[in-house]
Design a protein around this ligand. Structure first.
Ligand SMILES: [Mn+2]
Length: 341
């Protein structure tokens, strides 16, 4: 079950860095999802148990259905408190990067703040996206693992922290494992994944509590937005085994959207019979946010990197474009027509 791929010397280095650090900042990506919030939450809980001063930094707001994750209530959100983030970063000895591979994933503000403080910060990266940054002193990167939270569990094992896992830490870890695998249904889920869940259940984790907290707290407006997106914004291109959903800013604003409200829409497009690639285009202030999903060998990570200035995993990737919505969609059409994806 314990398959942390760090070498013995890397594990020792991580241990020494953590032992010698008092003030620790935990950072995760923009538009934080269950794995992002879960991994910083679990890590903050475990480090606080070691009497560390821990600050969690989010670039922007956490979705309401993840508010219960430990560390979230007291977190610093850069969008609302850039000075607080700057101060935390300047006082920190150690920065732990969770669920993102490089500083391009956290927005310009947090990125610059980290870059200003890199001279005095030690950095540990724990992430499952491809092509991790090379600057951290410890890089725990494993693209075969389906969630960063699962890696956090392995990392905790390597640090000898598993004996002391409390229920809140396990709920945070389970939250990321569950959401990044759409409830354990992706091919990247392994026997080890389930063994970790089994281990945690024996220590008191109740998975249904996490499912209810994450999934059964939807606002009526979100459900209506989902209905609108499926009946008005869905396009199916059978010829290319493709489907995509588009929402303009004006349409979204009708539904008073909250962070996380459009999460999962792209998976509905992918679930249409015969579909092997899906996209969701969401117009935002000054940019278009895109989610890609695919099945089998269609590689949306490669496509997102090459054509949309984004990236992620082979079957799930994201991007942000600063071109008009219709041009971004045109580009996707073009790639399908020219058989590039
Ligand atoms: Mn993840």
């Amino acid at each position: 079950m314990l398959k942390c791929t760090l070498s013995l010397s890397e594990i020792q280095r991580a241990q020494e860095i953590i032992d010698s650090s008092k003030n620790i900042v935990l950072s995760t990506h923009q538009s934080p999802d269950g794995d992002a919030v879960g991994s910083v939450g679990a890590m903050s809980q475990m480090l606080k148990a070691l009497n560390k001063n821990v600050k969690v930094v989010f670039p922007d707001d956490v979705p309401a259905n993840l508010n219960w994750v430990p560390g979230t209530q007291s977190a610093l959100v850069f969008k609302q408190d850039s000075n607080g983030v700057e101060q935390a970063m300047s006082e920190a000895d150690l920065l732990i990067i969770l669920d993102y591979n490089h500083l391009g994933r956290i927005g310009d503000g947090v990125k610059k703040c980290i870059e200003r403080n890199l001279d005095h910060l030690k950095v540990i990266l724990i992430d499952h996206h491809e092509q991790p940054a090379e600057f951290p002193q410890v890089i725990y990167s494993d693209t075969s693992i389906c969630s960063t939270c699962e890696m956090v569990f392995h990392f905790a094992g390597a640090m000898n922290w598993l004996e002391k896992l409390d229920v809140h830490t396990m709920e945070a870890i389970y939250c990321g494992m569950m959401t990044d695998t759409m409830s354990f249904r992706f091919p990247s889920v392994t026997a080890e994944t389930h063994e970790i869940v089994s281990f945690m259940m024996k220590k008191g984790l109740k998975p249904h509590v996490v499912h209810e907290q994450v999934h059964d707290v939807q606002r009526l407006e979100k459900i209506k937005l989902t209905g609108f997106a499926l009946s008005n914004g869905l396009h199916v291109l059978e010829k290319y085994k493709a489907a995509y959903i588009v929402l303009t800013k004006a349409e979204l604003d009708e539904f008073n959207p909250q962070p996380g409200d459009t999460e999962g829409l792209v998976n509905m497009a992918l679930s249409i019979e015969g579909t092997t690639i899906a996209a969701f285009f969401r117009e935002d202030d000054g940019c278009v946010r895109i989610s890609f999903r695919s099945k089998g060998t269609r590689d949306v990570n490669k496509m997102a990197r090459a054509h949309f200035n984004g990236g992620g995993h082979k079957n799930a990737a994201g991007a942000r474009m600063h071109e008009p919505l219709n041009e971004v969609i045109q580009k996707f059409h073009h790639l399908l027509e020219s058989n590039e994806i």
